[in-house]
Design a protein around this ligand. Sequence first.
Ligand code: F6R
Length: 243
Amino acid sequence: MNIIKTDDYNRMSCMAANYIAAQVTLKPNCVLGLATGSSPVGTYQELIRRYQAGDLDFSKVTSINLDEYKGLSPENDQSYRYFMNTNLFDHINIDKKCTYVPDGLEDNAEKACADYDAVIERCGGIDLQLLGLGNNGHIGFNEPDTIFPKQTHCVDLTTSTIEANARFFDSMDKVPKQAYTMGIQSIMMAKRILVIVSGEGKAQIVKDAFTGPVTPQVPASILQMHPDVTLIADKEALSLLSF
Ligand code: F6R
């Protein structure tokens, strides 16, 4: 695994944008696996800046997001579709028809998940998957478990995740309790994986995930088995790793 240490969140975001920009430049019709949350906001801002400067062209890019809350519409400002539109897609020249997020309004979980797996297959898999890291080691919404779930599935979010996400909602009760998420196999099938992490609060989980045993109790630990993972993190997030 390639680890890049940066001074702070802004530098992390610039380095991550460099990495994604290189992918888009080298393969203009690439498939990007994208994430939501606080970690990638700066990276998306940097990609927008480069697009506006004329340095990047997203017209042939396809994107496949990791996850979506079950029950939220694309217009709901807490949905991940809304997040992606407002934080990235509305500001670049990506064709929105080629941007995929699980359908939060599909109540039939089996159908929602099978449809999403079909999308991933139809797109030919993911060239570069961007990931944040949950406080409990989740990636996408693959929560600590006794197995690594393979494909897109519906998850009951853990209390830890609901608490962490409550900051975006008016109250804890408003945080959806279920989500659709891409599975571990789909993430692991990506040709390259880029993980971005920032802040002291993630230092212990970074250590557990990248230097501890590979276990479904720490879903991100499976990334140790992937041949092409780059971790870009600020010095606080890496403070418990000795290198
Ligand atoms: C978001 C996602 C989650 C987040 C993780 C970290 O699409 O899949 O796994 O990446 O919860 O969230 P932040 O970046 O807000 O700390």
